[in-house]
Design a protein around this ligand. Structure first.
Ligand SMILES: [Zn+2]
Ligand SMILES: [Zn+2]
Length: 493
């Protein structure tokens, strides 16, 4: 166990939370409170041991995995991609593991999100899937959408260790480092040498669904350690640091110096150096770009990663290039979303972001005049906070940080709650405000002596009111069905 496993961590969010209208014109106006220009603590998860945040460059929905292997979800849900048994949008995180029987006893260790589908991986190497299944992206025997998480039976006895989702296809790697691909075969994105196209009617092409996972045969001799997907392309990294790409080749995102689609994975020459340190240790995909970290913790970028100028569709980067603005930073993680790009500085308290974004998903803050950046910038509201893991969505960003004593607890919480007066929620008296505590989850004020059990003094560190964290004694009382009233002040309890 590394120290990071035992460290206390918090989940931050920034960008838009208007899940149903992201990237959609004429679907209603975003309300001001739905746009988070700066980092906010996710209120529902402040008292949860968060381990991993999961979203993707074409996703308006997210998952959060806890140390215990439980999974929380929120966001757009039009195809049932949250796996909760319905198609209603979930604005704020809810615990899926507690609600869905199929997941109740499963320890979730990894996951991925596509445009309208989701995959979760268990510690035992099984995969569960939910959402849009028209093209077989859930890997099930039927092609109907699934609103509740279903075990991916078509993977048979394969022991899966990680997954990645494109817009409407899925990849899984197993414990032997082999890749399986299923879903839409368009652009050759399943890496099996075909694009699955057929003539539907005059002038109209269709794509055959591929619900049966296909082994990516051309990489069968390699041991793959990581996979990443953009909307319609994929990267794979092997244990020697070589990176392979395939799928849609538009705007140079495959890194081969041309815009041709590839239906068979091909090693990226710029990352295939004889020097091991110049090969890759990490890969990531944005919607239309690709990223890698080399052995010197430096980032390479290719494809289209902004809207104007060098790096845009007019001048895409056709092969991996170092981004000189990031020179000198040792990076621990890179990620990209719909338009956002992130680099987390290793052993530094710095988060770096850029991209021509529209929803505040770079987190520069309400006070910043800059909302979008064509060059990497420090995310000022996060200076001094150690970033651990970032996952970028279509218009939002999830960042797991190390919880410190000063900066993190003082960040605003999402959602914002209506202003309340500073009266103790128990006795409703204004007196003794030096004995007044604020709950770290719901912000309710309460006297130390009104807490259950009563406290002698203001506790150090986090404190949660007894509505957010019911004390054992009250659970017992209500379970007994007695003494709920009339005995609350009794010291003998
Ligand atoms: Zn009180
Ligand atoms: Zn509370």
């Amino acid at each position: 166990m590394t120290s990071e496993d035992t460290d206390s961590k918090k989940l931050l969010i920034f960008g838009t939370t208007a899940w149903d209208i992201i990237n959609r014109k004429g679907k209603g106006e975003k309300k001001e409170e739905e746009i988070l220009l700066g980092p906010n603590l996710v209120r529902e998860l402040v008292d949860v041991k968060v381990k991993k945040a999961v979203t993707g460059p074409v996703s308006c929905h997210s998952f959060v995995i806890t140390n215990e292997g439980q999974v929380w979800t929120f966001g757009r849900n039009e195809r049932g991609q949250l796996g909760l048994g319905h198609k209603d949008t979930i604005p704020f995180p809810v615990n899926v593991s507690q609600q869905i029987d199929a997941l109740k006893n499963e320890k979730i260790v990894a996951g991925a999100t596509g445009r309208n589908h989701s995959l979760l991986v268990t510690a035992a190497g099984e995969v569960f899937a939910a959402g849009d299944n028209k093209l077989g992206q859930l890997g099930l025997s039927s092609l109907t959408d699934q609103t509740t998480f279903q075990k991916v039976t078509n993977l048979g006895k394969v022991t899966v260790v990680d997954v990645a989702c494109g817009a409407d296809f899925s990849l899984a790697i197993d414990d032997k480092g082999q890749i399986y691909a299923f879903g839409s075969m368009e652009y050759g994105q399943l890496g099996n040498g075909a694009d699955g196209q057929y003539i539907k009617s005059a002038g109209q092409m269709g794509t055959h669904p591929q619900p049966q996972p296909l082994l990516v045969k051309s990489l069968a001799e390699r041991k793959i350690t990581a996979i990443a997907c953009g909307a319609n392309h994929s990267l794979a990294l092997d244990d020697e640091g070589y990176v392979y790409s395939w799928g849609f080749g538009g705007l140079g995102r495959l890194g081969h110096g041309e815009q041709k689609d590839l239906s068979i994975p091909k090693v990226i020459p710029n990352l295939a150096s004889v020097h091991e340190l110049s090969r890759a240790t990490q890969i990531a995909c944005g919607a239309s770009c690709s990223l890698a970290l080399d052995g010197n913790k430096q980032m390479l970028l290719w494809g289209k990663w902004k809207n104007t100028g060098d790096g845009s569709s007019g001048q895409p980067w056709m092969a991996p290039r170092y981004l000189y603005d990031l020179n000198g930073w040792n990076l621990r993680q890179i990620a990209a979303g719909g338009s956002s790009l992130f680099a987390l500085a290793d052993d530094e308290m710095t988060t770096i972001a850029w991209g021509q974004v529209q929803n505040g998903e770079l987190g520069f803050g309400e006070d910043s005049t800059v909302k979008t950046a064509t060059k990497p910038q420090k995310v000022e509201p996060l200076e001094g906070i150690k970033p651990l893991q970032v996952s970028c969505g279509l218009g939002h960003t999830l960042l797991i940080v190390k919880a410190d004593d000063e900066l993190v607890p003082n960040l605003p919480k999402w959602p914002q709650l209506p202003e309340t007066d500073d009266l103790c929620v128990k006795c409703h008296k204004e007196e003794n405000d030096e004995q007044l505590l604020l709950c770290d989850k719901c912000d309710s004020p309460m006297h130390t002596y009104c807490a259950d059990p009563p406290l002698d003094s203001i506790p150090e560190g986090e404190w949660y009111c007894d509505t957010c964290h019911p004390p054992a004694s009250s659970k017992k009382r209500s379970a007994d069905g007695a003494q709920v009233s009339g005995n609350k002040k009794s010291k003998s309890n």
